[in-house]
Every structure is written in structure tokens, then in C-alpha cells.
Ligand binder design. Sequence first.
Ligand SMILES: O=C(O)c1ccccc1NCC(=O)[C@H](O)[C@H](O)COP(=O)(O)O
Length: 200
Amino acid sequence: MYVKVCGLSRPQDVAAAVEAGADAIGFVLTPSPRQVAPADVRALAALVPEGTATVAVFRGEPLDEVRRAAAESGVDTVQLHGAEPPEAFAALRADGFRLIRATSPEGGAPLETGAYGEDLLIIDSPRPGSGERWDPAALGVSPTGPWLLAGGLAPDNVAGAVAGLRPWGVDVSSGVERTRGVKDPELIRQFVAAAKKAAA
Ligand SMILES: O=C(O)c1ccccc1NCC(=O)[C@H](O)[C@H](O)COP(=O)(O)O
């Protein structure tokens, strides 16, 4: 079970996620209560050991801005949540990034990993980072490639969500916060442990 913890902005939260065994650490570089400047992402990403992915998250920024900010951040992976075309993924691939495409079941984009050249697909709520669940009935058939389930997951519901949809991995943000935008290291530890125990 691949686990991504997203929206980190403090060293202690990065340390908790790494120690708990998260596979990917996400930093939000788009307007959000969790937004972090590229220079601060670089400092946080430097705390992450090799083998754990560092992910810069964007939503709707112009491609040039994404390329510049991602390079300045020092991450290895870019996650796009907007209506970016396959050409944007190709440009970021040429820059050397691994790629995550995030979409919602209602978004109309293909629910197939790799459709835009990405390595990983996230199926999320239409309002990313909101903590909202989405209706599993909207998914129809699960993607066959590697995909992460996101949207309203938390330590106490991740096992049930995994049992229902059988994703390759999971992604969390709001569910490991006590107040919006502020992570709780103990909730991070609980979430990663519960997700790793959940059978895909
Ligand atoms: O986290 C945000 O505020 C955010 C804003 C805009 C685009 C993406 C954002 N987050 C991306 C993520 O990968 C979240 O982990 C994912 O949407 C799940 O969020 P949540 O439902 O809060 O667990």
C-alpha cells in the first residue's frame, strides 16, 4: 500500500511522515491554506531521504510557472490538478520529473493511469484538499494501473475505503490535521500505520 501525505509545511510533520513510513510527501504550491513557497519547499524536501518521493502540487498555474517553481523546489515529482493537456506532462517529463495526474470521477478526464503520460493517477474529490469524500459509485470500474484514492480519508476510515475500492495507494491531507492547514504528527503516524495495514 503506497501512502502519500500531502500539504506539509513544517519540519516536524515531514519527520513524522518519513518516520511513519510514508512513500511520498506532498507540498502545495498553489493557493491553499497549505501553500508553501518554492524556497521553503526546497528546505523541507531536503529533510526527506532518498527513496521517499517529494511532490510539488499545482492546480491551474501556467506551465512555465509550474516548471520554474518545481525546479526551484528541488522535488522529484510534480502533481497536476488542473485541466493541463498531455503536452504539459510531456514538458515536465522532459525536465526530469516523475508525474502524478489528479482528477475526480466527475471531471470528464480519463480514469486510466498513464493516459496523459503520468506515472500515477490520483482519484480525488472535485475540491482537492477539502477533506470531502466522493461517491464510489461514480467511479464505475477501478483503474487498472497504479492509482491513489484521495478525498476525505483519515486514520479511522482508510481501512474501510481501501476494502471498498481496492486502490494501489492512498493520499491524505485534511484527515491528518486538527485545524485546517495545520498537520498533527500523531495523526500522520496513525494514518500511515492504518493505511499500511489495510489490504489492497
Ligand atoms: O491540499 C490542498 O489544499 C490542495 C489545494 C489545491 C490542489 C490540491 C490540493 N491538495 C492535493 C492533495 O493531494 C490532497 O492530499 C488530496 O486532495 C486529498 O485531500 P483531503 O481530502 O484533504 O485529504
